[in-house]
Write a protein that binds this ligand. Structure first.
Ligand SMILES: Nc1ncnc2c1ncn2[C@@H]1O[C@H](COP(=O)(O)OP(=O)(O)OP(=O)(O)O)[C@@H](O)[C@H]1O
Ligand SMILES: [Mg+2]
Length: 366
């Protein structure tokens, strides 16, 4: 008896996406099935190239097909990805082509937001996603330096679209509030001015197609931050904290601010979590231990991971070469890459859940 495509699809309907809690057929992830004699090929389309479960899903597909159809000899799974967009009319109107927008925020300053935003962006791009980064820090735009852009670039306009063209470096597109202001002129930002600048970044910049557009936010939870958060049509936010109480208290405030404006929080990242002495390998919990994880539990959001203190992370920022790019095989680049995958998974989970809610509402209207 020859093997049929239906048998293969039936086998794949027994494989669940562990994050999305549904099977691959229901999730419409099975894109192609080909059978040649006893060889089976299938293409699985994930919701992000940064899927943390990619290898597991591939293995599960192979196991399911072999178990369900014993006559199969070879299975080849081609893993692809297409990031679904967050459904939001406001976003689609001003950022067409941008599928998801993510704010990287913190309550307290200096916790490593910009460092984390840059490295997450580069890590997602390295995994195959199309990524943009907006430096929205009106108090001290630092992203250009962290990405090795030492002078204010000439932002030029595309003659066809009359829009500004973002810079590109390390595989990500970039715009910074620093490009718009004179370095030597102190700027006192007020809410409307800051949100005006951000609006310009969204409506006057040709971002093209992006899976994730990340915003490095100014620290704090005051009026300006609230105005900015309301200006950007956000898919969700990430809160960066360090393990100390002072930082955690502010992180809690940050989370509440997003809640107030109905922006989902994808999770908490604990930065400067611990230090591993390079000579002895001994771990030191310099700022305490477990704070970020406990806060995530308390506030019922995901803990996306902890990034240790590593002089090479700071050096990467100072010399304009993010560690995930410069030292991709280092332990901490891998840590950051895992966090970027956890974030991408949360974005997918959020989008699947909100599109289901929409379907349910639509059905209810009938
Ligand atoms: N994990 C880390 N290990 C070592 N140094 C780090 C780490 N994370 C951040 N730093 C360093 O800490 C300093 C502050 O980081 P960063 O500028 O990213 O913080 P921030 O939260 O964006 O600050 P601000 O609130 O001023 O915008 C920088 O010098 C950076 O290189
Ligand atoms: Mg910063």
């Amino acid at each position: 008896m020859s093997i049929t495509k239906e048998q293969v699809i039936s086998a794949l309907s027994k494989v669940d996406d562990p994050d999305l809690h549904k099977d691959l057929v229901t999730l419409n992830m099975v894109k192609e099935v080909a059978v040649e004699g006893s060889n089976v090929k299938a293409t699985i389309e994930l919701t992000t190239p940064a899927c943390p479960m990619k290898d597991k899903i591939e293995e599960d597909c192979i196991t399911a097909i072999k178990n369900e159809i014993p006559s199969v000899e070879n299975v080849e799974i081609n893993m692809t990805a297409s990031v679904p967009g967050h459904l939001n009319n406001q976003k689609d109107a001003i950022l067409p082509g941008v599928k998801n927008t993510i704010a990287v925020a913190s309550g307290k300053g200096g916790v490593g937001k910009s460092t984390v935003a840059v490295n997450l962006a580069v890590a997602l791009a390295k995994l195959g996603a199309k990524v943009g980064l907006i430096d929205a820090d009106i108090y001290g735009p630092s992203i250009p330096l962290m990405l090795g852009i030492n002078e204010k670039p000439k932002v030029y306009q595309d003659t066809a679209t009359q829009k500004m063209v973002p810079l590109e470096n390390f595989g990500i597109k970039l715009m910074s509030i620093g490009f718009l202001i004179d370095d030597n002129q102190p700027v006192i930002w007020r809410g409307p001015m800051a949100s005006g600048a951000l609006k310009q970044f969204m409506s006057d910049v040709n971002w093209g197609e992006l899976d994730y557009l990340i915003y490095d936010m100014p620290p704090g939870t005051g009026d300006i931050q609230l105005t900015l958060v309301q200006t950007i049509p956000l898919t969700g936010a990430v809160i960066v904290t360090t393990p100390q109480d002072v930082s955690l208290i502010d992180a809690r405030k940050g989370l509440k601010m997003f809640e107030r404006v109905n922006v989902p929080v994808f999770g908490i990242i604990e930065n400067m979590s611990y230090f591993i002495a390079p000579d002895t390998g001994k771990r030191y919990d310099i700022f305490g231990h477990g704070g970020g994880e406990n806060l995530a539990k308390e506030l019922e959001v995901a803990f996306l991971g902890g990034i240790p203190i590593d002089p090479r992370i700071r050096e990467g920022g100072d010399k304009g070469k993010p560690i995930v790019f410069d030292l991709p095989d280092s332990d901490n680049s891998k840590v950051i890459s895992e966090i970027s995958k956890n974030l991408a998974a949360q974005v997918s989970i959020n989008n699947i859940n909100s599109s289901q809610q929409k379907v349910e509402i639509d059905l209810g209207d009938n």
